[in-house]
Write a protein that binds this ligand. Structure first.
Ligand code: ZN
Length: 291
């Protein structure tokens, strides 16, 4: 998997709760980073959530920061937006996944929430407390300045960056009521890992064509490209912002491609000991152990 980055690409991370800029990365998920508050003499605060409304300012100052990068390990990383006010999930947003679930291709984005208490670190463990827990690799967009009624043509300017997410789902709970209400089934403890860092959307040349791969215990279970999205990221931002105000740091899980466990014959679900590795080329990798 090609994890290389063009030099100068802004990558924002939450390292032990502190807003940080990635300087270099290692194959083991660690690397070196600059602490944003220290490097800017307090112009930026240390809280990751304080940065998103000032993303354009961050883009301007990041290339000239002079601080010496400090080593971090994969387990030092928290979710890049650790306390989002809104997390949006989009269902059935890849054609092949809609087909595998037997559902019709939606006319408008099927939208649910993942409640914020389910946010997990990019390499956090996933507690398996029931027998029907499934995987869903997704491209995740984190909102920068946000707003209402954002035109599709300007939508990328309101997004801070892109990262990798797992929309972990309890399928039984997701379908427990009629009509189904997905949100609780998507929100058990640890069900919302994303990261490992945010790649600035402006500098990501392939932002509309991102290759995704999810492996379970080394076996490829999902492989697709975000150019197969039914509703593109700009279209989702435009649609959602006609209804709700998108707030700095809001998280949008953009949907999963085909290959989920529930659609297999026989169905396959996660069990303690399983290791889920989720990668988006040019963005990064999550490694989550089921416990
Ligand atoms: Zn999903």
């Amino acid at each position: 998997m090609d994890m290389s980055q063009p030099s100068g690409n802004l990558r924002f991370a939450n390292i032990n709760g502190r807003a940080s800029i990635i300087a270099s990365t290692q194959p083991d998920g660690g690397g070196t980073a600059i602490d944003l508050e220290r490097a800017t003499d307090g112009t930026f605060g240390h809280l990751p959530m304080s940065v998103f409304a000032r993303w354009d300012e961050l883009r301007n100052v990041a290339p000239s920061l002079q601080a010496t990068p400090v080593a971090f390990s994969a387990t030092d990383l928290g979710a890049p937006s650790p306390e989002p006010r809104q997390i949006f999930g989009i269902g059935l947003n890849y054609r092949a996944h809609a087909v595998e679930t037997g559902a019709p291709i939606p006319d408008s984005p099927l939208t649910f929430t993942k409640f914020a208490s389910s946010v997990n670190a990019p390499h956090g463990d996933i507690p398996i407390t029931v027998a029907t827990v499934d995987w869903e690799i997704e491209v995740v967009a984190v909102v920068g300045s946000g707003g209402r009624d954002i035109p599709e043509s300007n939508a990328w300017d309101r997004i801070a960056g892109i990262c990798v997410g797992q929309d972990v789902s309890d399928r039984l709970l997701q379908r427990a009521t009629q009509p189904p209400q997905f949100s609780l089934g998507k929100s058990r403890a640890g069900f919302t890992p994303f990261g490992p860092w945010l790649v600035d959307a402006r500098e990501l040349s392939q932002r509309d064509s991102l290759a995704l791969t999810c492996t379970l215990n080394g076996e490829v279970v999902q492989q697709s490209n975000s150019n197969d999205l039914i509703f593109s990221i700009p279209r989702l931002v435009a649609y959602l912002s006609t209804i709700v105000e998108l707030l700095p740091g809001d998280v949008i899980f953009t949907g999963t491609p085909s290959g989920v466990g529930a659609a297999r014959k026989p169905p396959r679900f996660l069990a303690p000991g399983d290791v889920l590795v989720s990668s988006v080329d040019g963005v990064g990798t999550l490694t989550n152990r089921c416990v």
